[in-house]
Design a binder for this molecule. Structure first.
Ligand code: UFG
Length: 330
């Protein structure tokens, strides 16, 4: 099997490239390296530096490399940036995905995996989110991903495209073998930022909002270890290639941790009591986002292996240590 991994030099995509290479599959990564890093890609994967919307390039790649499936991770991911610069998000996440889907259909790709997000639900008022919730994003980021889900749904109906869209909750942690991890010059995610505070890459961090209607007043999120998320992708790929139905499913564990619990876990595991300032709420943060993960478990028989906050944090810290030592050129 040969798989094209878009955004394979990024955080989640590089974990997928490693997982596929580990299974002995042929992997071709396409990435424009705008935010990705070539050091994160496995040696055995081929890197093509280019644009996923370049139909000529991608269709030639599919033909030359005998690609039968596409795992589409490339995209922009900072929710607040999508609010200040929506058109860039619609371009990168929606318009480019449309071109890629067109190429996939024209090239008769057998399976298409898409990285969607819990941001498609907006600000739900329920404790556990199943896939039947209203889809009412509150950010251009959420809309840009939802529009791609809609294009996939309609392309499946019209052209018979086989696809799965996985709605990620809060992806965290790093490869347990230390080969890749979240690598950004400007961190925005909680565990990434707290790990930077613990390893000295920053001297303090802030907690955004302490007056939410949650047990300790800080937001609850469903943190899923990136390796478990990738396991769901590999299973989804096999499911589709073996004739399974198309599906859209949440990827989370089904329970949340508060911001304070996460920060405490990082202090405990690292042994560093870094400075934490209480700050105002960050606009657009819903109090709680926790997945009902019944569907992904049922369809794929997926069982997480790293559903443990300390393990997630330990792996994130180990990767952050490598970054401090200059493992990747930032
Ligand atoms: N937070 C802080 N301080 C920080 C960073 C974050 O207190 O320095 C808080 C946020 O306010 C929020 C929580 O930590 O309450 C998690 O924030 P992240 O930025 O880590 O993640 P989000 O929940 O905002 O968003 C992430 C992804 C989205 C995805 C969403 C789904 O970035 O793409 O999870 O749950 F849609």
């Amino acid at each position: 099997m040969a798989i094209l991994v878009t955004g394979g030099a990024g955080y989640v995509g590089s974990h997928m490239a490693h997982a596929l290479v580990d299974r002995g599959e042929d992997v071709v990564v396409i990435d424009d390296l705008s935010t990705g890093h070539r050091e994160l890609i496995p040696e055995k994967a081929k890197l093509v530096e280019g644009d996923i919307a370049d139909k000529k390039l991608v269709s030639k790649l599919i033909a030359d490399e005998r690609i039968n499936a596409i795992a589409h991770f490339a995209g922009s991911i900072v929710v607040s940036d999508s609010v200040s610069d929506p058109l860039t998000y619609y371009e990168n996440n929606t318009v480019k995905s449309r071109a890629l889907i067109e190429t996939a259909v024209a090239s008769s790709i057998e399976a298409f995996l898409f990285s969607s997000t819990a941001a498609v639900y907006g600000e739900p008022g329920v404790d556990l989110l199943d896939e039947e919730q209203n889809l009412q994003p509150v950010s251009p980021y959420g809309w840009s991903k939802l529009m791609t889900e809609v294009m996939l749904r309609d392309s499946a109906a019209a052209y018979g495209l086989k696809y799965a869209a996985l709605r990620y909750f809060n992806v965290a942690g790093a490869d347990p073998e230390g080969r890749t991890g979240e690598t950004r010059e400007h961190a925005t995610h909680l565990i990434e930022i707290a790990a930077q505070a613990a390893t000295g890459r920053r001297n303090r961090m802030q907690i955004f909002g302490t007056d939410y209607p949650t047990p300790d007043g800080t937001c609850l999120r469903d943190y899923i270890h990136v390796t478990d998320l990738i396991d769901a992708h590999v299973k989804a790929l096999m499911h589709l290639l073996n004739g399974g139905e198309n599906f859209v499913a949440n990827c989370g564990y089904g329970h949340g941790f508060s911001v304070l619990q996460v920060v405490d876990a990082i202090k405990r595991v690292s042994g560093v009591d870094f400075r934490v300032d209480m700050a105002e709420r960050r606009p657009g943060d819903p109090p709680a986002l926790v997945a009902d993960s019944a569907r992904v478990r049922e369809i794929l028989g997926w069982e997480p292996k790293y559903d443990d906050l300390e393990t997630i944090v330990r792996h994130a810290l180990a990767w952050e240590d490598q970054l401090v030592k200059g493992r990747v050129k930032l």
